[in-house]
Every structure is written in C-alpha cells, then in structure tokens.
Design a binder for this molecule. Structure first.
Ligand code: GDD
Ligand code: MG
Length: 324
C-alpha cells in the first residue's frame, strides 16, 4: 500500500513560530511532528506522497537530510488547494486502497488493523474515530449500529455535533474517492466531499488509545507529553551533567551542562541551555539559547530564540530570533 500525507496547511494557530517553520517540522519529544505521524505506517508501505504547499521547500530539504524508512515524494501545490484539493493533486499514483494521514496528529493507531477493517466491509473508506470531550474543533461523525458513518459535520456548532466521536485524521480509502473531488480548485475534503460520499459506505474505526492534534500551542505541548508518556521520547531521565526530573529529549548538538529540567522538554539541534537555567514542559527549537539562571515553562521557542540571563518565559510562543 501507499500513503498520502496532507502537510500543506499554514499552521496559523502556531504563529509566530510557523512564520518561519512549517508546524510539521516542530520537534516533539525529540523529533519533528511529521516523523511521529510517519512512524504509524507499516514497514511494507511502498511509497509516501507528501501533499505540501506552505514552505514545501523546507519540508523537502528536511526529508532529504533525514530520510524516513519509506520512499518519500513531495507533491507541492502552487496555491493552497485545501485538504481535498491536496488529495487530488498528490493522489495520482496512489495504491487501491491507500492510507490518508493528517500530518499534525499524535496517536498509536494500528494501521494494519485499520486496513483489515476496510477490507472486511468493502465500502469506500474507513476513518479512525476517537472520542473527545469537546468535539467542536474537529470533524464529528454519527454512526449506526454497524459503525457505518451516517453523518459527518466539520467543526459543528455546539448544538449540531452528532456525537463526541471525531475524525482522528488517519484513514484508508479506495482510489475512487479521488474521482469525487473536483479538480483544479481548492476543496475541503471534510466539508465539501465527505458528506456526499457517505452513501457509498464509509465506516468508523473506533480507537481508544492516546490521541491529540498538535495544531495549537496548548495541544502541541500536550501532544509532547503524550509521546513522552508513551515512551516515544527516549529515557525518562535528565541528561548526564544536569539536574531535575525529565524526561528530556536532546537533539544533535544540544548543550545543557549544569541546567535543570522539569518534565517534558525537547532541546533542539544545537540549542544551548546554560548552567543554572530551568526548563519544563517546553519545546526549544534549533539553535535556541537559554542563558544562565533563566526559566522557561510551558513555552515553544522558535529557531534561534534567546532568553536572557535570569529572565522568565511562561506560556509563550516566541518567533525565530525572538527575545525575552
Ligand atoms: N496539501 C494541503 N493543502 N494540505 C493541507 C491544506 C492544503 O491547502 N490545508 C490543510 N492541510 C493539511 C494540514 O497540514 C493538516 O495536516 C491537515 O491537512 C488538516 O488540516 P488542519 O488545518 O490541521 O485541520 P484541523 O486540525 O482543523 O481539522 C482536521 O483534522 C482534525 C483532526 O486533527 C480535519 O480533518 C478534522 O475533520 C479532524 O477532526
Ligand atoms: Mg490539525
């Protein structure tokens, strides 16, 4: 089977970091969000097409420098085509059926079991569904007693959410789905296309493991916690020569001697946390500098951001080269 990954969004809810870096390259628990998504793919997937748009060149360069285990091709959009348009644009060489993944979701879904469910019912597609407290920011499904999806509402008004089971952004589709998407113009798969397809048999695959969408600052940090708690961020300790609890994921070239850490921290490539500084529940991207005796809690620091000696940063998203 092949896989199509949607990775063309602007990441507006993670600005200002996403003015310079696409959100899928923000590291969580030691590696970019995108690579945690790719980790879901079975080893025998033949090819992964990345439907890119915004900052496609950065994604392509990163993937070339850090090749995943599957052959990857990048299919950029000149203009943002939306999720449906991106599928149509990049889906030409897909297998039948194929996996479709959003690039900002954190989960441990068994894609082999998802594909088996699809083969078992013979409908057009199968969507992983996860139950959430508040379905309003997501696409919400109503299901019949055979878990066939009978209605789908993207980002419903509170009174219109048909259930609390939402689209987890991990699905499998027959190729024919691509014929149902209008070509040459932007289209939202979830809003415009999917509701028309339900009569052809779209099923829910109920998933109860950990899940989050890392598309906002709070959810990004929660996604990182989930990954660390699931053992996806290396050892649950602090690096040698440092103090505190961890877990901490150090990326290549990070320097942290004499620093202290609370829980859930990524220190990006070539970032520096000086002696006496304290970092907790945060993502420090490439080349970040946290000076001596500074404190960083609950924050996302963009590439080369700097926190000056003794300064305190709490609950902030700092741009590339931002200072505090
Ligand atoms: N190629 C391409 N082109 N990809 C796009 C475009 C585009 O124009 N716009 C968004 N994407 C990608 C994003 O990069 C992301 O990986 C995925 O499509 C979904 O876009 P988001 O902007 O993250 O959507 P969302 O989180 O509000 O909602 C989606 O995900 C939810 C689960 O996290 C929907 O699929 C919901 O139904 C779902 O519940
Ligand atoms: Mg999202």
């Amino acid at each position: 089977m092949k896989a199509l990954v949607l990775i063309g969004g602007f990441g507006t809810r993670l600005r200002p970091v996403t003015y310079s870096v696409p959100k899928q390259l923000i590291p969580l628990a030691g590696k970019p969000m995108l690579y945690h998504v790719l980790d879901l793919l079975p080893p025998d997937v033949e090819e992964v097409a990345l439907a890119t748009g915004y900052k496609s060149d950065l994604i392509e360069a990163y993937v070339r420098a850090h090749p995943p285990r599957w052959p990857v091709t990048t299919v950029p959009e000149a203009e943002p085509l939306g999720t449906g348009g991106g599928m149509k644009n990049a889906g030409g060489g897909m297998s039948d059926p194929f996996y479709l993944l959003n690039s900002d979701v954190i989960a441990s879904v068994d894609l082999g079991a998802l594909a088996a469910r699809q083969a078992g019912h013979g409908g057009l597609g199968t969507m992983t569904l996860t139950e959430v407290e508040d379905p309003r920011p997501y696409g919400v499904a109503a299901l019949d007693e055979h878990d066939r999806i009978t209605a789908f509402v993207e980002k419903p008004e509170p009174a219109r959410a048909p259930s609390r089971w939402i689209n987890a952004g991990i699905s499998v589709w027959h190729r024919e789905v691509l014929d149902a998407i209008p070509g040459g113009r932007p289209a939202s798969f979830e809003q415009e296309v999917l509701p028309q397809l339900l009569e052809r048999g779209v099923y829910g695959f109920r998933y109860t493991g950990f899940w989050d969408d890392a598309g906002t600052p709070a959810r990004l940090l929660r996604s990182q916690q989930l990954l660390f708690d699931a053992g996806r961020g290396g050892k649950g300790t602090v690096p040698s020569g440092t103090f505190g609890t961890g877990p901490v994921a150090l990326m290549p070239g990070a320097t942290v001697r004499g620093a202290s850490f609370g829980k859930y921290v990524t220190v990006g490539a070539n970032a520096v946390v000086e002696a006496g500084a304290y970092v907790e529940n945060s993502v420090l991207m490439e080349g970040v500098q946290v000076d001596r005796d500074a404190t960083v809690v609950g924050s996302i620091l963009g590439p080369k951001a700097r926190v000056h000696p003794g300064h305190r940063v709490t609950g902030q998203v700092l741009a590339e080269h931002g200072e505090a």
